[in-house]
Design a protein around this ligand. Structure first.
Ligand SMILES: [Fe+2]
Ligand SMILES: [Fe+2]
Length: 276
């Protein structure tokens, strides 16, 4: 089974209505004007979408932060930009913290309504990918006033734990979550940017009898690590990165991943990073 994985697209509109002057959106828009606008080249996205379609994937996974300040226009733009791909390929999108950027966007379930064909109805979302591979999609995006912390909540975490524990040695689990739960040793993530259940989730997955492939975004830097490669990760971890972000050694953006799941989950994964 072939998967294409896209990370933090962060489409944005420089747009501020008068009532937004009283909201967190002022900070988001100021950050956009001063900072983000220069670091993102969204004109690279259509080419990447085209390239991903040419790979003939069976599934498209999006690890969230498709928008920047969760306004309606941004979600409209996301739907339009992704349509050539999502129209052809089954797609699962998990929300990122920027997709529930304000309390209003979260309360009115804006991403769930506006991208309802892509975002599962409830979380954790599980589905059979093949007779040996399952998908576990997690929603950890919550609005915060001053930080970017994620939280799954007790109910979702309990159900996820049960799904993880149900696998046997012959099976594989693809986990899709905006937040990482296991980082390579050279990366430090401050608690204010991390998933609240990070260590507990990592522990549950490290004890999983089946093969675990953990896919995430949030840290705008693509990587692929396997256990035993010196990075210290306990299972396969792929950070999708930020496809259109041109900073940090990626003049043509950070691209997207192509992941080929082997029929037997104990076999090697084929992973390819595509850059525009
Ligand atoms: Fe992001
Ligand atoms: Fe994020």
């Amino acid at each position: 089974m072939r998967i294409v994985l896209f990370g933090d697209i962060h489409l944005f509109r420089l747009w501020l209505a008068p009532w937004h002057l009283l909201s967190k959106r002022v900070l988001g828009q100021a950050n956009l004007v001063l900072n983000r606008r220069k670091r993102f080249r969204h004109d690279l996205l259509p080419g990447m979408i085209e390239k991903s379609i040419a790979l003939k994937p069976d599934l498209c996974l999006l690890s969230g932060d498709v928008t920047t300040t969760s306004i309606k226009q941004e979600f409209d733009d996301v739907a339009k930009a992704l349509d050539p791909l999502t129209d052809r390929v089954p797609t699962v999108l998990v929300p990122g913290n920027h997709d529930r950027y304000t309390f209003t966007a979260a309360r009115t379930r804006r991403i769930d309504r506006m991208l309802d064909a892509l975002v599962p109805d409830r979380f954790p979302h599980t589905r059979e990918l093949t007779d040996r591979w399952q998908l576990l999609a997690l929603d950890a995006a919550v609005p915060r006033l001053y930080n970017a912390r994620g939280r799954m909540g007790a109910d979702q975490f309990e159900l996820a734990k049960r799904a993880i524990a149900s696998l046997d040695e012959t099976q594989g689990l693809v986990v899709l979550c905006h937040y990482p739960c296991a980082l390579p040793e050279h990366i430090h993530e401050h608690a204010s940017h991390a998933l609240q259940e990070r260590d507990a989730l990592r522990g549950a997955l490290a004890n999983c009898r089946g093969r675990v492939v953990y896919l995430h975004g949030h840290i705008h830097r693509p990587w692929h690590h396997e256990p035993g490669d010196g990075s210290g990760v306990p299972f396969t971890c792929i950070d999708a990165g930020s496809p259109c972000m041109v900073a940090g050694g990626f003049p043509n953006g950070q691209g997207f991943y192509e992941i080929e799941l082997p029929d037997d989950p104990r076999a090697a994964l084929r992973v390819k990073h595509h850059v525009a």
